[in-house]
Design a protein around this ligand. Sequence first.
Ligand code: NDP
Length: 294
Amino acid sequence: MLLAPKLSCPTVPLSNGLQIPIFGLGTSHDGGYSHDTIVYALTECGVRHIDTAKRYGCEENLGNAIRESGIPRRDLWVTNKLWPGDYGYKAAKKACLDSCSQMGVTYFDLYLMHWPESTQPGCSNREMRAETWRALEELHKERLCSAIGVSNFLVRHLEELKEDCSVVPHVNQVFTNDMTHQVEYHPFQQPNQLVEYCRQEGIVFEGYSPLAKGQVLNNPTILRIAQKYRRTSAQICIRWSIQNGVVTIPKSIKKERIQENCQVFGFHLEESDMATLASLDDGRHVTWDPTNVE
Ligand code: NDP
């Protein structure tokens, strides 16, 4: 991992040469939105990576917060996501432009297909994913999206996309310890097979819900490790993701918790504690589960 000159945290290289900050701020609609907290995260905590989605309903507010922070656009990493209701070639291109306009930006650093299942009638999920991905490839070529990726995609979805399209996703965001997808990733949910697949294919693994929406915080094992390092459970889980090389995007609408969640670079978890945290996987999902999406 390299230390980016203008960013306050280490970065992970994407296959196209860009560097994504390993720590970002989630903005899901779950739990609400706070304008002041976003501005605080950017101006006082040095956060330079924001994760959002059309689905979260805060694009316009986020754009306002970014402008109020005074941080130049080029110094920020902004990820946005395309909702399945906008899948299809033409709809996807329009949705990306609309999202840029809502946020008042001219490009996204990363644009993801939010979910592998299509809500559009008339063609299979596989066909719709491929048609939509071709739109993202175009948006990438036109530089509206510096990097493109997927979210909640499993190995079979990625394999099909590889057969049908030309650009391999730069990122997969998931809820697990997978290395280049944006998915759920916390000690209770570690999609190691997916992580390994992404590593082999050069797809950066991004893990969402690193605190399992708060469920990890009172786990006795995590509390014990937190006590050993004089840190909080949240810091231990975020640090665990980072030490696994997984891009992580915890969310909070409280200033003091964002401050706390950012304090994860001044200590190192020992191998034995990393292994103990890895042993907590019980297959639990705290959000949606793509297992049955064809
Ligand atoms: P997280 O695992 O980040 O947990 C968020 C919850 O933890 C909130 O209730 C928050 O409450 C609480 N919390 C945060 N920090 C602390 C702390 N230090 N101490 C105690 N409690 C804390 O859940 P999310 O599901 O929000 O995941 C993070 C982000 O990942 C999302 O916001 C979104 O950007 C992305 N995501 C992507 C998905 C996808 O399909 N691609 C799906 C789900 C999430 P409070 O706000 O009150 O502090």
